[in-house]
Design a protein around this ligand. Structure first.
Ligand code: ZN
Ligand code: ZN
Length: 172
C-alpha cells in the first residue's frame, strides 16, 4: 500500500491490511509463517509523514547456534516520522543529531507501508537469536547438532591427550 503525500495533504489515511507470507521479503534466514496484520493511520505533519499503529505476525528464524528454524511471534506498536529525502539532499550541512536517528526518510511522493512494516518486524528480532537459552549449538568438528545428543568428538576433546589434536582438527 502506497502512502501518497498528495493524498495525505487532503486527509489522513487509515489502514488495516493483512499481508500474506511472501508479500514482504525479509531477507536471509527470516521467513514469515503467518499472515501479517497491520493497522493504524498515516497523517502529514508539516512535510513529515507520521505513521502509527500496530502489527502482528509470526516468523521462523534460524537459531544462531544450531541453525534449526525457530518460531517467534512478532508484535510491535510503532510511532514513526518520515521526512522527505530532499531535506538532506538540498544541504550537505545538515547535521544528524541523536534525536534524528529515530526519523526515517521518504523519497519522491511518499512511502510504501510494506517498507516501514518490514523494518519494524525486523526490529522485533533480538540481536542474538537462539532457539532456547541453553542451546548447545553445533559441534565445531563434526557439525552434529549437540541438542540431539553428544558426538564422539566431545569425548576426545575432553581427554587432555587428544586436546591438542582437537585444536588441529578444528576449522579456523
Ligand atoms: Zn539452537
Ligand atoms: Zn562432533
Amino acid at each position: 500500500m502506497f502512502l501518497d503525500v498528495h493524498e495525505l495533504e487532503l486527509h489522513s489515511i487509515e489502514f488495516e491490511e493483512t499481508l500474506p507470507p511472501g508479500r514482504i521479503d525479509f531477507g536471509r534466514g527470516v521467513v514469515q509463517v503467518e499472515p501479517l496484520a497491520v493497522q493504524g493511520s498515516a497523517e502529514l505533519l508539516a512535510a513529515e509523514i507520521h505513521l502509527h499503529g500496530r502489527l502482528h505476525t509470526a516468523l521462523e528464524v534460524c537459531c544462531d547456534r544450531c541453525l534449526e528454524p525457530t518460531r517467534r511471534s512478532a508484535n510491535a506498536d510503532f510511532d514513526l516520522f518520515y521526512r522527505p529525502m530532499q531535506t538532506i539532499a538540498v544541504s550537505t550541512e545538515v547535521e544528524i543529531t541523536d534525536e534524528d536517528l529515530d526519523i526515517g526518510f521518504y523519497q519522491g511522493n511518499g512511502l510504501l507501508l510494506e517498507d516501514a512494516v518490514k523494518e519494524q518486524v525486523l526490529l522485533t528480532l533480538p540481536m542474538k537469536n537462539v532457539c532456547r537459552p541453553d542451546c548447545a549449538g553445533l559441534c565445531p568438528q563434526c557439525g552434529r547438532n549437540r541438542n540431539l545428543g553428544d558426538c564422539t568428538c566431545d569425548k576426545a576433546a575432553a581427554d587432555p591427550r587428544w586436546a591438542a589434536l582437537g585444536d588441529i582438527a578444528r576449522p579456523r
